[in-house]
Every structure is written in structure tokens, then in C-alpha cells.
Design a protein around this ligand. Structure first.
Ligand code: PHE
Length: 362
């Protein structure tokens, strides 16, 4: 027998062993016993230098060839075993693809209608180039009343029931009764032209089916050299059409009174009931949706704007009320009861992000 025939024999032995293997673990232990640190082939490789010089080259070639072949064989066998394992798993795993999907967290958690409607309002006004402004919930008399042309003696102070807080360093503190103080804060810090909306929480000591001590408003303010009532009417009309998702809307502007606007108007939109459902946009009844007007010259002076140069219009509306009208809830108090059944019914999916292009409430 040729002295290198032993390599052939060895290869056959190894092949035989490999083909008997049933699991990946067995294959691995064979691999270690052959190619590992102390493995058969590894020891042969270490032995090259022990050969007589004229044999070394062929011996080396033979061992390396053996190593290559065995490695290839092991790899091939390994991938066969892996395939078999996957096939076995699939055939054992009986999934009934016709079963309904389990409810995911995304469907259990809901977005509160107030958050959703606030997002809808923001989406509409952003599209008209309005920016979002914010102010604190805890205000002082200066921003909530005085600067808005409601001095201490003014009857409008008694018109709403204000939550007063204890004074801090002799200064008055109260929970803002409307979002209008954000008008003042904005005009004091930003140069015209100004075009903002300010959504947020507001507070009045009031509670019945349509009033809660905490509620939400969104304020709008535009200041420019040529701001006028025509623009105010257009903005409000566009808003109402977009918000109620109707192509035309019948609106009524009614003279009203707010100390910080002159003239002041209240806006009603037409509506009617159909099969006990409220249809907004047309009909014989009227729904009051917001208060508005041209910014009072005294308010402009209070924030160091010259009423001869600048004009402005402002509006304010109740977000909760808008939500009730659009989505048909009848009792405002339920908004704040944290009743999960209510929220599951009236809430929105987390992925229903309002967008004008896809339709606000699709
Ligand atoms: N702040 C007023 C309210 O709470 C609404 C309003 C805002 C009216 C802006 C006119 C202009 O009733």
C-alpha cells in the first residue's frame, strides 16, 4: 500500500461517520474531533515537520486536500440538517391561518376625542399658515383680564366664575378662564404680522351637561396692517367647512360683546336633525360655535402696538363643544369620567392621524 493511501482511508472513515450523524450537535462534535485543536487532521498538520524531507511536500498537500474535502462535506451536511430541521418545525407547527387575529395593543388603547379634535383643528389652521402658540394654565389678572380690556370694575369679571389661587409674593394667581391671555403673551413677544392659534385648557367654576370646570378652547389671532372682517369671515368659514367636512356651510354672524374685541360677533352655523342625528351645515336651526371680533384698539395699545398702523382679528372656540357636535356625544361630563367603555366607543385609533389630504376623520 502506498504510504499516502492512509489519507484516502481516513477520508472514507470520516465520510462514513458524517453520514451517520442525525443531529447538528453530533455533527459538531465530529467536526471538533477532526478539525478542532486536538482533532485528527489538526494533529496530522502538526506532523508535517516530522516527515522525512522528501516526503514533506506531498504529505502536506495530501493533509490539506483531506482537510478541504472534509470541511466541505461537513458544511454540506450541516446545511442539509438545518433544512430538515426547518421542515420538521413547520410540519409540527399547526397554525390555523383562518383564525381571527388577536387584538393588538394598538387597537386596545384609544386617543381621547379631545386630543383628536385638537389635532384636527391644528391640521386645518396649519394649512392656512397659522402657528401654534402656548401659554400657562396658571395666569395672573394682568394677562387674563386687565390687558384684555377687562379692568377690575368691569362687569365681565363677574360674568365668569373664576378660580382664584392664593397670591404669590403679593401677585394674583388664577386658572385662566379662556385662552385669550395667549393673545397678550404673543403680541408682547412677537412682531406683526402675527398669525397664531392657541389650543389649551381653560377653567371656570361651572358644571352641568354642557359645562365642566375644566374645558378646552382654541384661540386664534391675526395681526397685520390690513387685517379685516372679510378675512375673519373667510377664515372661519374655511375652518368650519374643513372641520365638519362639508363642501358648503350656512353661517350666521351675530353682533355680540367681548371687552377685547370691537366689533364683536358670535358665529352660528345652520343645522338640523335627521333620524335623531345632528346634521351640520344646513337647516333651520342654529348652533353657536364661536366668539370673535376685531381686536379692540385699547388691547393693541396695551401691548404697545399702534392701532393706527395695526389691525387684528381674534376668535375663540370650545374644543369640547366642537367634538360633541362632530362626533355626537351628548354629555360633556363623560369626557372626563375616565370610563374605558366610553373611551373605547368614542376614542380614535392611534394611527388615525388627522390629515387634510386623506380626510380628517377617515
Ligand atoms: N375668550 C372668549 C370666550 O372665552 C372668546 C373670544 C376669543 C371672543 C377671541 C372673541 C375673540 O368666550
Amino acid at each position: 500500500m502506498n504510504k499516502f493511501d492512509k489519507f484516502l482511508q481516513l477520508q472514507e472513515q470520516i465520510s462514513k461517520k458524517i453520514t451517520q450523524v442525525k443531529t447538528l450537535e453530533q455533527l459538531e462534535s465530529i467536526r471538533v474531533s477532526i478539525l478542532g485543536k486536538k482533532g485528527t487532521i489538526t494533529s496530522l498538520l502538526k506532523n508535517i515537520s516530522a516527515q522525512i524531507p522528501e516526503d514533506r511536500k506531498v504529505f502536506g498537500e495530501q493533509v490539506n486536500q483531506l482537510k478541504r474535502k472534509v470541511t466541505e462535506e461537513i458544511d454540506r451536511y450541516k446545511s442539509n440538517l438545518l433544512d430538515a430541521e426547518i421542515i420538521e418545525k413547520i410540519s409540527n407547527n399547526k397554525i390555523d391561518v383562518t383564525l381571527p387575529l388577536p387584538e393588538s395593543g394598538i387597537d386596545i388603547g384609544k386617543i381621547h376625542p379631545i386630543s383628536q379634535v385638537t389635532e384636527e383643528v391644528i391640521e386645518i389652521f396649519s394649512d392656512m399658515d397659522f402657528y401654534i402658540a402656548e401659554g400657562p394654565d396658571i395666569e395672573d389678572e394682568q394677562h387674563n383680564f386687565n390687558a384684555l380690556n377687562i379692568p377690575d370694575s368691569h362687569p365681565a369679571r363677574q360674568m365668569v366664575d373664576t378660580f382664584y389661587l392664593p397670591k404669590v409674593n403679593g401677585e394674583s394667581r388664577l386658572l385662566r378662564t379662556h385662552t385669550s391671555p395667549v393673545q397678550i403673551r404673543t403680541m408682547l413677544t412677537k412682531k406683526p404680522p402675527i398669525r397664531i392659534i392657541a389650543p389649551g385648557r381653560t377653567y371656570r367654576s361651572d358644571s352641568d351637561q354642557t359645562h365642566t370646570p375644566m374645558f378646552h378652547q382654541v384661540e386664534g389671532l391675526v395681526i397685520d396692517t390690513d387685517a379685516n372682517m372679510g378675512q375673519l369671515k373667510w377664515v372661519l368659514e374655511e375652518f368650519c367647512k374643513s372641520f365638519f367636512e362639508v363642501s358648503s356651510i350656512k353661517m350666521r354672524l351675530r353682533p355680540s360683546y367681548f371687552p377685547f374685541t370691537e366689533p364683536s360677533l358670535e358665529v352660528d352655523i345652520a343645522c338640523h336633525k335627521e333620524n335623531n342625528q345632528l346634521i351640520v351645515g344646513e337647516g333651520e336651526d342654529w348652533l353657536e360655535v364661536l366668539g370673535s371680533g376685531m381686536v379692540h384698539p385699547q388691547v393693541l395699545r396695551n401691548v404697545n402696538l399702534d392701532p393706527k398702523v395695526y389691525k387684528g382679528f381674534a376668535f375663540g372656540m370650545g374644543i369640547d363643544r366642537l367634538a360633541m357636535l362632530k362626533y355626537g356625544m351628548t354629555d360633556l361630563r363623560a369626557f372626563f369620567d375616565s370610563d374605558l367603555r366610553w373611551l373605547r366607543h368614542y376614542g380614535f385609533r392611534a394611527f388615525d392621524i388627522p390629515s387634510l389630504s386623506k380626510g380628517l376623520s377617515e
